[in-house]
Design a protein around this ligand. Structure first.
Ligand SMILES: Nc1ncnc2c1ncn2[C@@H]1O[C@H](COP(=O)(O)OP(=O)(O)OP(=O)(O)O)[C@@H](O)[C@H]1O
Ligand SMILES: [Zn+2]
Length: 682
């Protein structure tokens, strides 16, 4: 590109621009008087030569070449188009009448031909006579050429003559001047021609490219998707055989496994089921919180039945481009049907089948859902394709998806209960080296609300901790450690707590522990520590014997009392002036319980068995009555805690001192201290 403009441009534009500059020089205006003679000569020439023809024909004069000598013109043409005269025997025209309009036009015309106007050339071959050619050319010459040739002829000629006069160019130099002009003109024309040709070629090339692109898109509307369907949706192309995952691998979700058992039977022998007229669901929805083993269950279904497993995540179908999501669904189902019986698993079903209205973020979600519905409707029950969808939010699913014939079977996969957690912990403990003293049930009791994935992580963290500490196997200590880490954040060993604060913390935590120990309906103590962890300086952990489905009034009161134990201890030991801010979360906790007792559980005599949901909208009297009741519950709780700590002041002191010595005490050690026995030196 660069080379082109730098080599051609100077040759052509320099002489021409000189001329143009000369033409339009402001000085030309003042020269009308001295211009008379040559102008008259010129006018004569025009009438003389234009008279015979009424046609608007170009001649040499048009180009300011009327006074060019024949030899000069030949030279010029020869230098511009070497070898031109050899091929065309038309030089006679030039000799006989160098000003002849027709002969010049013919030459001009042949020029154009040589420059590659192919249509023109092929047409003119058929034309024999010069006049015929001429007439034809008038019609077929491209308009821009015509325009270029015919434009402002008179004024150009005048300007050239004027200019020569204005510049007072001597007669001797006028020829050279005109030659220069003609040279510039012809070269400019040649350049225009070239530029136009290359422009046309570029346009043609672009058009071909465009057509090819459109053709490609029509043949395969998802040209760009192809790449992704083979990368993003590997599963659709390459199913996984799930032999290694069975129901044995999924713990603590017995009900779900039982429900899915019949699906396994169906996949093993689809015909047997349909012969009896039985109708199995096409789609099964696994509903449950994250990490509870939904994916694992779906894999296990495929593994049990020994059929291929196609995995897809709902978010993969969520695309900004029209038809992409729908096409992926189509591909997935096509592959699956070809390999039936099989399981298609769609994780995060809500992200493809959610209720959302078309939004700018998900412009084609509707299309994708419709494709999914169409595919699900499109195969018969005995084809052996089972679609398992998983979601954390079944409420968010499009209603059309959960109609009969689609995802019409729902299986709940809940967080495991204490028995389930024990099983899951045992399962993962068996994959590592652990000490015989480890009791998975204790850990299970302390991990209410943990999912299978979180329990797996807990065991893994304990194994890592044991490895870091250079131990040979995992003990309860590591398991407790990783549980606390997951629940409360990492230990802050580097924090230097001064003795005074340590002592306050030790008495505060022992206060909680003493209340828990001596209150009938409080949960059993698991551990007390003054090791800072996360945002706390110490804590006492309690362990429910079982998962609590329901709580009694006295259990709730006991929880409040235990919460109060910390502040009461501070007050009794250090005096009212030295109580700290450390009890704020204890009060939060106790206040929440008291409020729920009054407003939700109907556990206040004064306010009765009634719920008060939006307390802000209640009458001021009711609001103050509620507040009054909560305050009474909290005050009574505080008094009970005070009474216990006063009664067991000796045990309180012993426990606080043991904590200051050992930092952390487990349930057994706490019992030893409280029974007044001496702790073995660790
Ligand atoms: N009940 C369980 N028994 C054994 N392992 C489990 C159980 N639940 C979860 N896990 C472990 O946790 C991992 C993650 O669980 P999975 O991916 O199946 O959960 P999910 O319910 O599909 O979660 P999400 O909703 O986040 O996709 C499993 O690969 C498995 O190792
Ligand atoms: Zn506390």
């Amino acid at each position: 590109m660069f080379s082109l403009s730098s080599t051609v441009q100077p040759q052509v534009t320099v002489p021409l621009s000189h001329l143009i500059n000369a033409f339009h020089s402001p000085k030309t205006t003042s020269v009308s008087v001295s211009a008379s003679i040559p102008q008259k000569q010129h006018r004569d020439a025009v009438t003389e030569h234009e008279a015979p023809s009424s046609e608007p024909i170009l001649n040499l004069r048009d180009l300011g070449l009327s006074e060019l000598k024949i030899g000069q013109l030949d030279q010029l043409v020869d230098s511009l188009l070497p070898g031109f005269f050899k091929g065309k025997k038309i030089s006679s025209h030039w000799h006989t009448s160098h000003v002849s309009a027709q002969s010049f036009f013919e030459n001009k015309y042949v020029f154009i031909q040589c420059r590659g106007f192919k249509t023109l050339k092929s047409r003119t071959r058929r034309l024999q006579s010069t006049s015929e050619r001429l007439a034809e050319t008038q019609h077929i010459a491209p308009s821009f050429v015509k325009g270029f040739l015919l434009r402002d002829r008179g004024s150009d000629v005048e300007s050239l003559d004027k200019l020569m006069k204005t510049k007072n160019i001597p007669e001797a130099h006028q020829d050279a001047f005109k030659t220069g002009f003609a040279e510039g003109f012809l070269k400019a024309q040649a350049l225009t021609q070239k530029t136009n040709d290359s422009l046309r070629r570029t346009r043609l090339f672009l058009l071909v490219l465009l057509l090819l692109g459109i053709y490609g898109l029509l043949k395969n509307p998802f040209l760009s998707v192809r790449f992704r369907t083979t990368t993003g949706l590997d599963s659709a192309v390459d199913p996984v055989q799930m032999k290694n995952v069975t129901f044995e691998h999924v713990k603590g979700v017995e009900e779900a496994k039982q429900e899915l058992q019949e699906v396994v039977e169906f996949l093993k022998n689809p015909q047997k089921f349909t012969v009896l007229g039985g109708k199995l669901p096409k789609g099964i929805l696994l509903v449950g919180p994250p990490g509870t083993g939904k994916t694992l269950l779906a894999r296990a279904v495929a593994g049990e039945a020994d059929v291929p497993f196609y995995y897809a995540s709902g978010s993969e179908f969520d695309e900004m481009f029209v038809g992409v999501g729908a096409s992926r669904i189509r591909n997935l189902f096509r592959e699956a049907k070809a390999n039936a019986p099989c399981v298609i698993f769609i994780d995060e079903l809500d992200s493809v089948g959610g209720k959302r209205i078309e939004s700018p973020m998900h412009p084609y979600s509707r299309q994708t859902i419709n494709q999914l519905l169409a595919e699900m409707d499109g195969f018969k029950p005995n084809e052996g394709v089972i679609i398992i969808g998983a979601t954390n939010f079944p409420e968010a699913l499009d209603n059309a998806l959960i109609r009969p014939g689609r995802f019409d079977m729902q299986v709940t996969v809940p967080r495991p209960d204490v028995k389930g957690r024990t099983e899951i912990l045992k399962w993962y403990l068996n994959k590592i080296k652990f000490d015989q003293s480890v009791d998975p049930e204790i850990i299970a009791r302390g991990t209410v609300g943990f999912s299978g994935a979180e329990l797996e992580n807990l065991v893994n963290q304990a194994a890592l901790k044991a490895a870091v500490d250079g131990k040979e196997m995992v003990t309860m200590k590591e398991l407790e450690f990783s549980k606390d880490k997951i629940l409360m954040g990492p230990e802050r060993r580097s924090v230097e707590i001064d003795n005074k604060n340590k002592t306050i913390t030790a008495y505060h935590e022992s206060g909680h522990a003493i209340i828990a120990y001596y209150t009938k309906d409080a949960m059993p103590i698991n551990k007390a520590t003054i090791m800072p962890r996360g945002p706390t300086l110490g804590h006492v952990s309690l362990l429910p014997e079982n998962d609590r489905w329901n709580e009694t009034r006295s259990q709730l009161l006991a929880q409040m009392d235990v919460s109060m134990g910390g502040r009461v201890a501070e007050e009794l030991i250090f005096g009212t002036d030295h109580i700290t801010t450390g009890a704020s979360s204890d009060f939060d906790n106790a206040t929440k319980i008291a409020k729920r007792m009054v407003t939700k559980f109907g556990m206040s005599e004064k306010l009765g068995v009634m719920t008060y949901n939006d307390t802000g909208k209640l009458s001021p009297e009711t609001q103050s009555a509620i507040e009054q009741e909560i305050r009474i519950l909290l005050r009574d709780s505080y008094e009970r805690a005070k009474h216990i700590l006063k009664t067991h002041a000796k045990e309180h002191k012993n426990l606080a001192e043991a904590l200051l010595t050992y930092e952390t005490l487990d349930a057994k050690e706490i019992q030893i201290v409280l029974e007044g026995k001496k702790l073995e030196v660790r």
